[in-house]
Design a binder for this molecule. Structure first.
Ligand code: NAD
Length: 416
């Protein structure tokens, strides 16, 4: 049997399993299988050499029963409508599992930002907001940064939206630079939230993580912060890290700050003097207490799942594990912290950013960390209780918690 790797099909399959277990009626199940709103936009943008290039983009709202759509904008050459649909769907479950009053959305532009100048990026960012127009808004749909989009891009988008509406609306977009209404703690929120749930998982498994090993696939934003915070808060030891060019491994431990410095200077982890080279495939199969996939989708499949050798798998990336691999990991007794729980710290602090923007009142870093920790701990506890009570693995349990909450909101609204 060939494994289906269309991410939207995977998102639908995951929902189907939860719907069956929850006994959802057909209408609610069908409603939740599809995005409620899809917009495809075509944007002509003047390049610096005087030519015009036409870019294609999407903005998709999966479900808004619990609140305005929330989700990042990705700029990637391989972006497809199905990836955006899947990610919008996962945002619905993510906001529901951490119980914040938001729905799920996602955006994407097919482009290679590495080939664009800053001026061209600004023109594309503004063109995207003009194309989406008033479908965006604090009470409708609130984007954020994602793969290859930055706080600066969010600032241009916010400015374009405010120019369109003639009003001050900092909460229309999150992940902004701090001087424009961004929140303290947003930069490392995804990784920090992941580390908070790893700590809860270790407590529930009775494992001490002091000096335990961690392995990180994808030493980018989320991966680097996870290494740093995992070491600072839990005393874990980084033994391997990788990026798109390959990985490095040292069983005695790697100094996180020195590796980050090397990555910043050279652009990759390869060639780091204090570790040996290792391939991405080998790195995923290392024996370790915690493995963080923090790069791309579909890296743990039925081909390698039986060789994954960690105690806790903390999915900072979206969709790193296929459903076939999930079952294998469960049989092996690996404790999986599923993506939409493990990486929900980013959207949680985005929500806190929106709240601060609405009140025009700003909190310090301690306040943000306190609220993030509390949200992640409560989310972990609901999922872990669901997992124990129904004898299902953590991903299915997270689906049961999230889907039940969204289904209830749809029902209370009288939609189904
Ligand atoms: P990033 O671009 O900063 O980092 C990604 C890293 O992965 C880079 O170092 C890149 O070289 C590496 N990479 C790319 N292809 C690889 C491959 N084939 N093998 C190994 N490494 C590879 O992106 P990020 O913001 O850290 O996001 C990483 C993942 O986390 C994505 O799936 C993203 O959707 C998810 N995520 C991020 C956030 C966030 O706030 N940053 C929030 C939620 C989810």
């Amino acid at each position: 049997m060939t494994e289906v790797l269309n991410p939207f099909r995977i998102a639908q399959q995951q929902l189907d399993t939860a719907a069956e277990k929850l006994g959802l009626d057909d209408a609610t199940h069908e409603l939740l299988r599809w995005p409620m709103h899809e917009l495809k936009v075509t944007m002509p943008v003047r390049m610096e050499d005087g030519t015009t290039r036409v870019f294609h983009g999407f903005r998709i709202r999966h479900n808004t029963a619990r609140g305005p759509a929330k989700g990042g904008i990705r700029w990637h050459p391989d972006e497809t409508v199905n990836t955006v649909r899947a990610l919008a769907t996962w945002m619905t479950w993510k906001t529901a599992v951490v119980d914040i009053p938001l729905g799920g959305g996602k955006g994407g532009v097919v482009c290679n930002p590495k080939e664009l100048t800053d001026t061209e990026k600004e023109r594309l960012a503004r063109a995207y907001v003009r194309a989406l127009g008033k479908t965006l808004g604090v009470t409708k749909d609130v984007p954020a940064p994602d793969v290859y989009t930055t706080p600066q891009i969010m600032a241009w988008m916010m400015d374009e939206y405010e120019t369109l509406t003639g009003e001050h609306h900092p909460g229309v977009i999150t992940g902004k630079p701090i001087p424009l209404g961004g929140s303290h703690g947003r930069g490392d929120a995804t990784a920090r939230g992941g580390i908070y749930v790893v700590r809860e998982a270790a407590k529930s498994l009775g494992i001490d993580l002091q000096d335990a090993t961690m392995v990180i696939q994808g030493f980018g934003n989320a991966g680097q912060h996870a290494a740093r915070i995992g070491h600072e808060l839990l005393g874990m030891k980084l033994v391997a890290a990788s990026d798109s060019k390959g990985g490095v491994y040292n069983s005695k431990g790697i100094d996180v700050e020195v590796l980050i410095d090397h990555k910043i200077r050279t652009g990759h982890v390869n060639g780091f003097a204090h570790a040996d080279a290792i391939s991405n495939e080998e790195l995923l199969e290392l024996e370790t207490a915690v493995l963080f996939p923090a790069a791309l989708e579909n890296v743990i499949t039925r081909k390698n799942a039986s060789r994954i050798n960690c105690t806790i798998l903390c999915e900072l990336a979206n969709g790193p594990t296929t459903p076939e691999a999930d079952d294998i990991l469960y049989e092996k007794g690996i404790f999986v912290l599923p993506d939409f729980l493990a990486n929900a710290g980013g959207v949680t602090v985005s929500y806190l950013e929106q709240v601060q923007n609405t009140y025009n009142l700003y909190w310090n870093l301690e306040e943000i960390h306190f609220r993030l920790k509390d949200t992640m701990r409560r989310a972990f506890n609901s999922v872990s209780e669901m997992s124990r009570n129904n004898t299902v693995h953590m991903r299915n349990a997270a689906y049961l918690v999230a889907v039940a909450r969204v289904a209830e909101a749809c029902k209370l609204r009288g939609w189904v």
